[in-house]
Ligand binder design. Structure first.
Ligand code: GTP
Length: 331
């Protein structure tokens, strides 16, 4: 059933779940006629967006992200918040575009009327998935959700992509001490604003607390004593819903700090500009790979570079020179 722009806008602003779901499907679509309508919709919704707390949640598979988001989201809705859960997982085939996958992953939240759980778009490339998620944030905020949790798989570039679309970045980790700390990628520690050692329950509770203290010390060294914000390291149990209130408090503190220093506005503006250039780069790359002249020229040039007959610099220049030209024999 085709839906017109006004129906989309009104339905989203009224918080109608079926329309919100269709609006997100629209912004995820790569079909040209959908893209045009999606941009019109986003233009209408943009003035109604921007008021939510945007939080990234990351951690390696097995750390307990689903359990955490289910418990954390439930805590937030009990405090009166409306919570949207989005995900960036370009490798995701687990949901196949249906919401069922996440319904079973987040049992309580999926049936909570104050929450909306949306699985990662299965668009394929990270650029495509990130674009759809960024635009879905606009839809969810316009629909009145005031906490947006963006989940990411703890591998590859997805974390950086998510860090670039949220205000605060929460890293979930497991009890590790000493040498095991090396196992946490430094890059992801640099993105983290709050860290929580999960599964601090039963026999693991003491280990988790000790690991949190050790990691906190490492972070103080990393950030220096004059840092405006040193990421706090907490411990929690998603399974038993303990320590989650402190995680929320610290995320709130981080957001208040950003807000009071004017950095939240600056950060979001920078993210918009960053997003623009990311899309320009993705689009250019897409055109490059689809260009007939480039496609016929590239294998020849690659071969000549392999044979040492042509420098990579000259080959790159020729590839770029071929873009958009109908000449195919430029080797
Ligand atoms: N003891 C304990 N186990 C937990 C806790 N949180 C999650 N788990 C368990 O850890 C396993 C992985 O949990 P998931 O929530 O599926 O974690 P995940 O692999 O990061 O999640 P996805 O990537 O979303 O699939 C499950 O067996 C959970 O029951 C916790 O706080 N304590």
């Amino acid at each position: 059933m085709a839906t017109d722009l006004d129906t989309y806008v009104k339905g989203v602003l009224d918080g109608k779940r079926a329309v919100i779901a269709r609006a997100i499907t629209l912004v995820e679509s790569t079909r040209p006629q959908h893209r045009a309508l999606a941009q019109e919709l986003l233009t209408e919704l943009l003035p109604h967006s921007g008021r939510a707390r945007r939080i990234g949640v990351s951690g390696v598979p097995g750390v307990g992200k689903s359990t955490f988001i289910d418990a954390f989201g439930t805590l937030l809705t009990s405090l009166g918040h409306r919570v949207a859960v989005l995900a960036v997982d370009p490798s995701s085939s687990r949901t196949g575009g249906s919401i069922l996958g996440d319904k079973t992953r987040m049992e309580r939240l999926a049936v909570d009327p104050a929450a909306f759980v949306r699985p990662s778009p299965t668009a394929g490339t990270l650029g495509g998935v990130a674009k759809a998620t960024r635009e879905s944030i606009v839809v969810m905020e316009a629909a009145g959700y005031d906490v947006i949790l963006v989940e990411t798989v703890g591998v590859g570039q997805s974390e950086t992509a998510v860090a670039n679309m949220v205000d605060s970045f929460l890293l979930l980790t497991l009890a590790r001490t000493g040498d095991q700390l090396q196992g946490i990628k430094k890059g992801v520690l640099e993105l983290a604003d709050v860290i929580a050692v999960n599964k601090a329950d039963g026999p693991h509770e003491r280990d988790a607390r000790a690991a949190a203290r050790e990691l906190a010390g490492a972070l103080r060294l990393m950030h220096g004593k004059d840092a405006v914000w040193t990421p706090p390291v907490l411990s929690c149990s998603a399974r038993e819903s303990t320590g989650l209130d402190t995680v929320w408090e610290r995320l709130e503190q981080h957001r208040t700090l950003l807000d009071s220093t004017g950095r939240l506005v600056a950060k979001r503006r920078d993210q918009q500009v960053d997003w623009t250039w990311t899309m320009v780069r993705d689009e250019l790359l897409g055109r490059l790979h689809a260009d007939p002249a480039v496609r016929s020229l590239a294998p020849v040039l690659e071969q000549r570079v392999r044979e040492g007959e042509l420098t990579p610099t000259l080959a790159a220049e020729r590839i770029l020179g071929a873009l958009g030209s109908s000449e195919t024999d430029m080797s």
